[in-house]
Design a protein around this ligand. Structure first.
Ligand SMILES: *Cc1c(COP(=O)(O)O)cnc(C)c1O
Length: 401
């Protein structure tokens, strides 16, 4: 029996089946490549859903983590530590905002944003206590906690996890009129992904994000952008909102902020918003810990140079040009995305997203399917053009067979 089969059987027996992983067992990785327990090498075209924007084992990030590991890793927020102020200052500055509230996972940052918006609504906007509403989009993905799945439209995410948290209004994504009708005087925030990742890399119609910005400003409602997957270089900009010149009131960040090393998330906003919190009203044992801050500080420094955004733009243009050539050829019905990020819809009769992913795995390329017939491509931004082209060759071969 192979090492791979043993490892998978054992994982299936002793872990809750919340995922359906491809049958590959990774043992090590570097850059855009992963090696399995049997020594086979695979091109990583998923990059941990953008948590690995800077690639596996990135030297700068590993060095930052290693030197911090030797000094101090955790203090809790009961005490100050010497990486905290720099992390908050640098991240706020990258976002053009004044304050940072650090957490760990993306879902925690979204929860934090929900609490921020409600508190701001009651204490600053003057919404009657207990009546705050947050408007969200259909087909959203913001995480897996009970409150967040309360405003999901995905049956797998929601069903049999109720009772659900009230206070959310769901409108179609990309529809400004519906959004405008949903906003009332009790609305405290609009929470959106600037590009919907899990939904299949859906880019909203041109003018949508700037329309949301205008509407929320006029109606005294916070615009909270969940940039957990779209942000930090993936689309060719530091934030996907920049493609429409939009600055939201609240950035929600995660995934790549931890450099693929540790979970780091944050809510970033100005003082008039995050200033609503007083000691004891929110927190996290691990949020803003020294190791997280050291890694995230290096991530922020790397984003400052603009080189990763530029790579995402250049390689992304190439990726979308090549994928565009597949549309209409019979096997691909549509391609969406921005930068080094694409959702590819497989035509009926050419296999499900899962089947295409499995055939790509056989050709040593790892991707993830979503919504039945879509595959998602999001390689690390450090991928070489040659490797990207090789990955595209494998995709063309799979679709032609
Ligand atoms: C991944 C993701 C989340 C949740 O992040 P976790 O770290 O898995 O909790 C939230 N929003 C978006 C847009 C995401 O892609």
């Amino acid at each position: 029996m192979s090492t791979t089969a043993d490892a998978i059987r054992s994982a299936d027996a002793h872990s809750a089946h919340t995922y359906h992983p491809l049958p590959v067992v990774v043992a090590s990785a570097e850059g855009a490549w992963m090696t399995d327990v049997e020594g086979r090498r695979y091109l990583d075209m998923l990059a941990g859903y953008s948590a690995l924007n800077f690639g596996h084992g990135n030297r700068r990030l590993i060095d930052a983590a290693r030197s911090q590991l030797e000094r101090v890793t955790l203090t809790s927020r009961a005490f100050h530590h010497d990486r905290f102020a720099d992390f908050c200052t640098e991240l706020a500055d990258l976002c053009g905002k004044e304050m940072v509230l650090p957490m760990n996972t993306g879902a925690e940052a979204v929860e934090t944003a929900v609490k921020t918006a409600r508190k701001w609504g009651y204490e600053v906007k003057g919404v009657p206590d207990g009546h705050a509403k947050i408007v969200v989009a259909a087909d959203n993905f913001h995480g897996r906690t009970t409150t967040i799945i309360s405003f999901s439209t995905d049956h797998d995410a929601r069903d049999h996890f109720g009772p659900y948290t009230p206070g959310f209004e769901i409108v179609p994504y990309g529809d400004l009129t519906a959004l405008s009708h949903a906003v009332t005087e009790n609305t405290v925030a609009v929470l959106l992904e600037p590009i919907q990742g899990e939904a299949g890399v859906l880019v909203p119609p041109a003018g949508y994000l700037s329309g949301v910005r205008e509407l929320t400003r006029e109606r005294n409602v916070l615009f909270m952008a969940d940039e957990i997957q779209s942000g930090l270089g993936r689309t060719g900009k530091t934030f996907a909102c920049e493609h429409e010149g939009v600055v939201p009131d609240v950035y929600i960040l995660g995934k790549a902020l931890g450099g693929g090393v540790v979970p780091v998330s944050a809510v970033v906003a100005d003082r008039d918003v995050l200033g609503v919190f007083r000691p004891g009203q929110h927190g996290s044992t691990f949020g803003g810990n020294p190791l997280a801050c050291a890694v995230a500080l290096e991530v922020v420094a790397m984003l400052r140079s603009g080189e990763f955004q530029q790579r995402a733009t250049e390689l992304g243009d190439h990726l979308h040009h090549e994928l565009g050539l597949l549309v209409g050829g019979g096997s691909v019905t549509a391609v969406r995305g921005r930068g080094l990020w694409a959702g590819v819809d497989i035509a009926p009769g050419h296999g499900t997203g899962r089947e295409v992913s499995e055939r790509l795995m056989d050709r040593r390329v790892l991707v993830k399917d979503t919504h039945g017939s879509t595959i998602r491509l999001a390689p690390p931004l450090v991928i070489s053009k040659e490797d990207l082209d090789w990955g595209l060759d494998q995709l063309r071969a799979v679709l032609a067979s």
